[in-house]
Ligand binder design. Structure first.
Ligand SMILES: Nc1ncnc2c1ncn2[C@@H]1O[C@H](COP(=O)(O)OP(=O)(O)OP(=O)(O)O)[C@@H](O)[C@H]1O
Length: 583
């Protein structure tokens, strides 16, 4: 869809607002061209001594009334129009936001978040301006131009009108040339603003790392450079825009010279009155607005077009994950992974291959292995963040793709190693999936996640604000708050993706014991524990060891120890490490 089609569809949908703004503008234009004509009559009347007393006051009153009406109508059309244009901005922002929330990680891997933020702010503003000011200025400018030209040629003198228009085609040529450059300059400027945004966003998110590595001055220099480039690009666009004004000025000066020369000659030959020449020169002055409007409209449309060409591909990008599912998630069926394989988009190497696994309700599956083995990737496939490239995941007999994504996401509670806490109270963060949960329910899951005492020790307890503007919780506390959040969701399958890594072994044992009790109370629920620390999986019903994306060992803790492979060696190493720590 082009910008023209987007704007036409929008105008068609909001035609009432545009029509009433257009009526007001048309009235303004008529009043505006009526004024010079009235002034001409007034001048001739005064020069000939016909106009005196109440008549004179009446004529002056009419002029004043016209000026006042123009003022009120201008306020009216602006209010109508901007309300409509804001609606377009809101629609586009909502569409972009909704589209982004439907996209999977593959989409975000290909997009820079600074770019997406720039699209949601700067670029949508540019499209909004095109729908608002540009459209109406185009209408107003064209209408004024037609009326003024008609008054000049038909209302005053057609010879004078035609002669005064001679310089304008040259100006149109200059406009065309300038607008091409303006388009390119704005496109470049918007792209540079995106890079600047990206840099600011990354630097703020990673400010601690930059500070710790002493990289603040370097990041500052880079920011300075990007800000310079963005500023230069915007200035280049403005420089081209600035060329409109001299082009208009030159055309108008030439037209005025012609009008005064020819007009003076016609007055001398008594073919034109002084009042008519006065009206004519006032009309010439009124041509300034349509000329400027043309330059301004072109610039706004070019900017809108540049922004739309960046925005549209993101709005129309196919969803990286299609939701073809129709069914709700069953609450207690076994999970089967059949010959599952996966390669990340653009990656030659398979991250997972030949994975066969099952998890029955009420049981625990442990997944361990060296770093980069594919543990988190397996969880991402279960969450359908990515689609397997081989094999499939079955729930009972049902392929995972048959389940509605939204039902799936509610049915699987996932706690990552570094959970995200929102800028809200701890209670709100825990109750994310169930905002109506009672305080008792929230405290109960916090006790199960062994974080209740930590929360109670905070000055405002459960009402303590966390996240960017609140207190900073330790890594272990954040993980436990996230576990409490997952437990409150009461999802049939809980997946801990190294979610106990920052918790000490004593607390880990306590949490795992609580989870076991919970599963005994709810035998339909299952648990998947991914961990580097083997103590977190030692009680699992089955443990699989992944290496380079393949299952290399499987069994219970005891059988794996007896097998004497990676698991046994790693267990001995971790036991030794723990005893050294304790010593
Ligand atoms: N988004 C991604 N794009 C491309 N490759 C990826 C992506 N995420 C992970 N990989 C690669 O896939 C492989 C498996 O990674 P994964 O994160 O699943 O390992 P892991 O066992 O969870 O590691 P760790 O224990 O360090 O968390 C690694 O080789 C990794 O480099």
């Amino acid at each position: 869809m082009t910008l023209t089609r987007l704007l036409s569809a929008f105008v068609a949908r909001h035609w009432r607002a545009y029509a009433s703004a257009a009526v007001m503008l048309a009235t303004i234009a008529v009043l505006t061209v009526w004024i010079p004509r009235q002034v001409g009559h007034l001048v001739d009347g005064l020069a000939q001594g016909r106009l005196q007393g109440p008549d004179l006051w009446m004529q002056l009153g009419l002029l004043l009334g016209a000026g006042l009406s123009i003022y009120l109508l201008r306020v009216g059309w602006r209010l109508q129009l901007f309300a409509a244009a804001y609606r377009l901005g809101r629609e586009l922002r909502t569409r972009l936001y909704e589209r982004m929330t439907l996209q999977g990680p593959a989409f975000f891997q290909a997009q820079r978040s600074g770019d997406l933020m720039a699209l949601a702010t700067n670029d949508i503003d540019a499209v909004e301006m095109a729908a608002g000011e540009a459209l109406l200025a185009a209408f107003d400018g064209s209408l004024t131009l037609i009326l003024v030209l008609s008054m000049m040629t038909l209302g005053v003198d057609w010879r004078l009108g035609l002669a005064a228009l001679v310089p304008f085609p040259l100006m149109a040529l200059a406009f065309w040339f300038i607008s091409n450059h303006v388009h390119l300059a704005w496109k470049d400027s918007l792209a540079r603003f995106s890079s600047l945004n990206q840099h600011a966003q990354e630097s703020l998110a990673g400010v601690r790392t930059l500070r710790a590595l002493g990289l603040i001055p370097r990041a500052g220099r880079q920011f300075h450079e990007l800000a310079d480039h963005a500023g230069e690009a915007a200035f280049r666009a403005q420089r081209w825009e600035a060329a409109y004004e001299p082009a208009v000025g030159m055309a108008l000066t030439a037209a005025t010279v012609i009008a005064l020369g020819l007009g003076g000659w016609l007055v001398a030959r008594q073919e034109l009155s002084i009042g008519q020449l006065t009206s004519f020169t006032m009309y010439l002055g009124q041509l300034i607005w349509p000329m400027f409007a043309a330059g301004w409209v072109l610039s706004l449309l070019e900017r809108g077009r540049a922004a739309w060409s960046r925005l549209q591909p993101v709005l129309d990008a196919p969803l990286s994950l299609q939701d073809g599912g129709r069914l709700a998630l069953p609450t207690d069926v076994p999970l089967h992974l059949q010959d599952l394989g996966f390669s990340y988009p653009g990656s030659e190497r398979a991250a997972l291959g030949g994975i066969d696994l099952s998890l029955s309700p009420g049981r625990t599956l442990g997944i361990v292995g060296p770093t980069g083995a594919g543990k988190s990737t397996l969880i991402k496939l279960l969450l359908r963040q990515f689609e397997p490239t081989e094999g499939q995941v079955l729930l009972g007999q049902l392929p995972l793709v048959e389940v509605r994504l939204e039902a799936l996401r509610r049915g699987l509670a996932w706690v990552p190693q570094e959970p995200f806490l929102f800028s809200a109270s701890i209670a709100e963060n825990i109750a994310l999936a169930r905002p109506d949960a009672s305080r008792e329910a929230i405290e109960q899951v916090a006790r199960l996640a062994a974080v209740h005492e930590d929360i109670a020790a905070l000055p405002l307890g459960y009402e303590t604000l966390v996240g960017e503007r609140g207190v900073t919780l330790s890594g272990g506390q954040r993980q436990r708050v996230a576990i409490a959040r997952a437990l409150l969701s009461e999802a049939p399958l809980l997946m801990l993706d190294d979610a106990l890594s920052a918790v000490d072994t004593g607390t880990e044992t306590q949490i795992l014991a609580h989870l076991r009790e919970l599963r005994e109370a709810h035998p339909e629920r299952g648990l998947v524990v991914v961990s580097h620390r083997l103590s977190a999986v030692m009680e699992a019903d089955e443990i699989v060891v992944l290496k380079a994306g393949r299952i290399v060992e499987r069994g219970t803790h005891d059988t794996l120890l007896a097998a004497g492979g990676w698991y046994a060696a790693q267990w001995r190493y971790q036991q030794l490490e723990a005893s050294l720590d304790a010593a």
